[in-house]
Design a protein around this ligand. Structure first.
Ligand code: FAD
Length: 231
């Protein structure tokens, strides 16, 4: 049953600041807990997106969640959100309820201060909630350097699905029940000597522990761009 707090109708007060787009399509991964949501955002200005963005989506009455617009097209003003829907939260309930042609209400689209650097090679380290973030960084990459890195997925069955559904991200999938830091250590040992920037995103503990690990391995703070999403 939908409680009154989760009602879809936008209140008069929210109407003052809210913007509206449209859901074009929703694709659910075979695992049934991860969602790709295509949007049309007529009021957005994707031609100005020079860094990764976050869209603050209305998920229930006076409740908003950050998601990352990815795979945007400046001419059609469309983009795709990649949303982890396997936990219990209002954002999850909202994404599970979305249907094509639904209105998408959002408060704003703002820059998060992460953009690829021209003269370094990107390495992406994060979890499934960062698929949109890494896709956006890759889209913004000035030299088209495909990143390497690790994608921590929630369950073993997500590994195959990630490789199949996100072919543009050349990241090694590692599930939460495997030792991520063993994989990271092996990856670092095999890296050819180049100028790297590490982009960390997703669960705040994963991000903080990865930063600590990289610092212990001798990488400088300036080489590490970290963005904790949830804890
Ligand atoms: C700048 C920014 C960009 C973001 N972009 C994305 C994005 O593109 N896609 C995306 O999926 N998320 C993204 N997030 C994270 C998302 O905003 C949070 O995960 C949010 O908490 C989800 O809200 P919820 O209502 O579903 O869960 P909440 O009510 O916030 O949390 C409920 C419970 O679920 C846990 N939880 C929350 N998120 C996750 C998760 N991903 N996996 C497992 N457990 C979780 C919490 O620890 C809590 O115990 C982004 C966050 C930020 C700050």
């Amino acid at each position: 049953m939908i409680t009154s707090i989760e009602k879809r109708e936008v209140s008069l007060l929210e109407n003052i600041f809210i913007k509206t787009g449209k859901v074009l399509a929703v694709r659910t991964w075979d695992t049934g807990d991860f969602y790709e949501v295509d949007l049309h955002l007529p009021k957005a200005k994707p031609a100005h997106w020079n860094t990764v963005q976050r869209i603050i989506c209305r998920t229930a009455s006076f409740h908003y969640c950050d998601y990352t617009p990815a795979q945007w097209d400046c001419s059609t003003k469309t983009c795709t959100l990649f949303i982890d829907g396997g936990h219990n939260g209002r954002g999850c309930r909202w994404v599970r309820s979305l249907q094509p042609d639904d209105a998408l209400h959002y408060a704003s689209i703002d820059a998060v201060k992460q953009a690829p650097a021209q003269d370094t090679y990107p390495i992406f380290l994060g979890d499934q909630s960062a698929i949109g973030h890494f896709s956006a960084l890759q889209q913004l990459s000035p030299n088209g350097n495909a990143a390497t890195g690790i994608m921590v997925v929630n369950k073993p069955e997500h590994k195959e699905e990630f490789v199949d559904k996100c072919r543009w991200l050349q990241l090694t999938p590692v599930s939460r029940d495997e030792n991520y830091f063993d994989y990271l250590s092996a990856m670092l040992q095999q890296l050819p000597p180049k100028n790297y920037t590490f982009f960390l995103a997703g669960n705040s503990y994963l991000v903080a522990n990865t930063r600590k690990f990289l610092r212990e391995k001798g990488f400088q703070n300036g080489q590490i761009k970290a963005q904790g999403f949830w804890h």
